[in-house]
Design a protein around this ligand. Structure first.
Ligand code: GP9
Ligand code: MN
Length: 618
């Protein structure tokens, strides 16, 4: 008993608390705790911080230590939550996102994982040992002597790791996932990026575009929608697995299924390629055929750039281009960004009647009803970009809006609630099409539709388990990131399922072919999926950079963000594939992302269009 007391009183107990805390942390961010190097580096760093504070001669060291230790715990907590949602840890460049997270409180609460709170449990114990050590060691070290060396040593080690002068893969891995080094590395990169802006010449970027994103030849389905109005529907969180599917004896999306059956090109291997700007990035990539970036939504980062995407191309043909969305105009910086995207009007929540609110904003059914009134007033041809909302996470509906009969075991699960809101969105869409017909607008309108991103994150709740049960196969990223895309051309007589792999980045060239639009600038990173045979899409968020799908093969870069240790599998069968054979494709994914960033950072579309104007003036 006495021995136990002595052990418990020993300041070395602190190591036990640090170890337990770090094991919880690494477990929550999916780092294998058996990779002992990460845990050891973190324990050494924490131990040094502890010793530095306890032996220093600062008067207020107890208070300072408590604050610092609590802040480190808060950062770990934030990392674990962010990882749960985005599959990535927090970055200083993404602190802005706190405001967006706070704007959607239901979603925020739904992402909390109880285990993350364990990261706070040790604080009182660690503080107790800290005070005890301070009391026992009141002789103290001079802060100017030994501590100085300790601090310098610690900084030196971090600097060495972050700079990684010999390009060691092991150090790359440490920098990517170890708690202290990854955050120091992140801050270092953010500062370095803001000081040194790497410029690549426009010619060099153009060469790369031609190399990695050449356009397929072919005229299949060219111009079948030419001259018609365009309604582009971005449906919130619509995944592809619901199309044509049944659940508990009920068809999930009867209206979408009916649409696909006639006069429709349906792209069934289509993927979301969003960055951290979620919905807004889906819009951005779709309209411009560029990849979003990881740091922030493109609508904010590149608000002032010059673009020449779909709204501009249609406006050149005399279309009136506008957006309708039942949430606040300022969200995702849409209001400010839309003019440069080419939209002349934006009907947001503030401009519509808030007569039926579900979740964040105006219900899809009300929004579509009001849309008909707007469309009836418009001069034709028009391009109406409509963004739905009701199927937004955490998928809450009132009983009277929920028409799907859920199985007992799915009631109250995210899976069940998701299916319920998808069914609602499908009903809203069905009514919209009927109303378009009644308004005499249907025959002359091309209706294109796609999902912005996943609804069921495979890392959250019991989604993976319930989806596996429902699908009868493993629910992996290929299915989570797959969204439907279709182009419905009334009266065309053309019905086809196109299975070339693609992503939102391919939408612009694909619709341009159908509408017979000429894209007059070369910065296009997607391809026309109706004529392409070889399909490729690179990912940004939810998977680490370098991940991609090439035809029916999916590649997920390793947890540490390095090529070594990545995994690959065959889509459909989940059969593992040797990932080490896919280095060329991995490099292509990195190049596509980097090229997009170069185009955006250097505002190259503006440069090109200016050049073009100068040329035509000559
Ligand atoms: C808000 C809506 C949702 O306007 O588009 O955005 P999300 O949270 O899905 O990115
Ligand atoms: Mn969304």
């Amino acid at each position: 008993m006495k021995q136990l007391k002595t052990v418990l009183q020993s300041p070395y107990m602190i190591l036990l608390f640090f170890t337990l805390k770090l094991m919880v942390y690494y477990h929550l961010i999916s780092v294998n705790v058996k990779d002992i190097i990460f845990v050891v580096v973190s324990i050494v760093a924490m131990g040094l911080i502890f010793i530095c504070f306890s032996r220093s001669r600062w008067k207020r060291k107890k208070g300072f230590f408590l604050i610092i230790y609590s802040l480190l715990s808060l950062l770990m907590f934030a990392d674990s939550m962010y990882y749960n949602y985005y599959n990535q840890t927090v970055s200083i460049k993404q602190l802005w996102q706190a405001a967006n997270v706070a704007a959607v409180p239901d979603s925020f609460v739904a992402t909390l994982i109880p285990a993350s709170f364990l990261l706070y449990l040790d604080i009182p114990f660690v503080y107790y040992y800290f005070k005890k050590l301070v009391k026992e060691e009141n002789r103290g070290w001079s802060f100017k002597k030994e501590i100085k060396y300790l601090v310098a040593g610690l900084c030196g080690i971090f600097a060495f790791l972050v700079i990684n002068p010999f390009g060691s893969v092991t150090i790359d891995k440490v920098n990517s996932v170890e708690f202290f080094t990854s955050h120091v590395n992140d801050i270092y990169n953010a500062i370095a990026d803001s000081i040194v802006v790497e410029e690549v010449s426009a010619d060099e970027v153009l060469d790369t575009v031609q190399e990695v994103a050449f356009q397929p030849k072919g005229t299949k389905y060219k111009g079948i929608g030419e001259g018609k109005n365009v309604i582009l529907l971005q449906v919130e969180a619509l995944q592809n697995f619901v199309i044509g599917a049944e659940y508990n004896g009920q068809v999930l999306t009867p209206n979408l299924n009916a649409l696909i059956k006639q006069d429709t090109l349906y792209y069934d291997r289509y993927y979301t390629n969003i960055g951290k700007g979620n919905t807004a990035d889906a819009e951005f990539s779709t309209l411009n055929s560029l990849y979003p970036v990881i740091d922030r939504e493109c609508y904010t980062l590149y608000e002032q750039n010059t673009f020449n995407g779909l709204p501009w191309l249609l406006r050149d043909k005399g279309y009136n281009a506008f957006v309708i969305h039942g949430y606040k105009g300022e969200f995702w910086n849409r209001e400010a960004a839309y003019p440069a995207q080419g939209f002349e009007d934006f009907y947001s929540m503030e401009d519509m009647e808030a007569d039926d609110i579900i979740g964040l904003g105006i219900s899809d059914k009300s929004m579509f009803k009001q849309t008909i009134d707007i469309l009836k007033e418009k001069k034709q041809p028009f391009f109406s970009f409509i963004i739905t909302l009701t199927s937004h996470h955490p998928f809450i509906l009132e009983e009277e809006d929920a028409s799907l009969q859920l199985k007992e075991e799915d009631i109250g699960t995210k899976f069940g609630s998701y299916l319920q809101t998808v069914r609602y969105a499908d009903e809203a869409l069905g009514q919209f099409i009927t109303d378009l017909k009644t308004a005499g607008l249907y025959e002359d309108t091309v209706i294109a539709l796609y999902g912005d991103h996943h609804g069921l994150n495979l890392n959250m709740d019991d989604n993976a388990v319930l989806m596996e049960k429902y699908l009868g196969r493993t629910y992996d990223y290929d299915e989570m990131l797959r969204v439907p895309m279709l182009i419905h051309v009334p009266g065309s007589g053309v019905t086809d399922t196109i299975s070339t792999t693609g992503g939102q980045v391919d939408f612009l060239p694909t619709i341009a072919n159908v509408m017979n639009l000429e894209i007059s600038q070369p910065y296009i990173l997607g391809q026309d999926l109706s004529n392409a045979k070889d399909g490729f899409v690179a990912f940004t968020a939810y998977l680490f950079e370098g991940s991609f799908i090439h035809n029916e093969v999916m590649f997920e870069i390793s947890r540490e963000g390095v090529f070594e240790g990545s995994r690959a599998w065959k889509i459909g069968t989940n059969e593992p594939i040797d990932a080490s054979m896919l280095e060329d494709e991995y490099k292509k994914a990195i190049t596509l992302k980097k090229t997009s960033e170069d185009i955006l950072n250097q505002n190259l579309i503006q440069e090109y269009l200016n050049m073009d104007t100068i040329k035509s003036e000559d």
